[in-house]
Design a protein around this ligand. Sequence first.
Ligand code: DQA
Length: 148
Amino acid sequence: AKLLLLHGPNLNLLGMREPEVYGHTTLEQIDAALRATAEAAGHTLETLQSNAEHVLVDRVQAARTDGTALVLINPAAFTHTSVALRDALAATALPFYEIHLSNPHAREPFRRQSYFSDLAVGVVAGFGADSYRYALDAAIARLDTAPR
Ligand code: DQA
């Protein structure tokens, strides 16, 4: 199946950005590792990072009709702000997994609210770059049980 991995704002700086919070792994390394895992399981994985809300909204809208089976998304700061991105995911009605490197519940109070968690199949947070790996493993398991 076709999987889509989306990264929100500032995740292009991963590896350099507050490494004590987000770790030293770069976004390129995460994308490459996930792509390899998806392909080894017989799937394809497209990745996109954007700092622009509308680019992510447009990509999610396109996923309605381009054969995407499932979305993995770290909305980053948009987690706490973006009704628009939430509405786009609701409109596609595609299953999605919400991912965070850090544990937003262990940080500033404003990070406790997510516009995505109540719609997500599941949320993986707090395991650094491994959060992406665990979410992909769960996604692949779901696809294996309910192929489309
Ligand atoms: C994040 C957590 C968000 O609160 C923050 O704005 C990010 C990254 C994470 O992966 O831990 O940019 O989504």
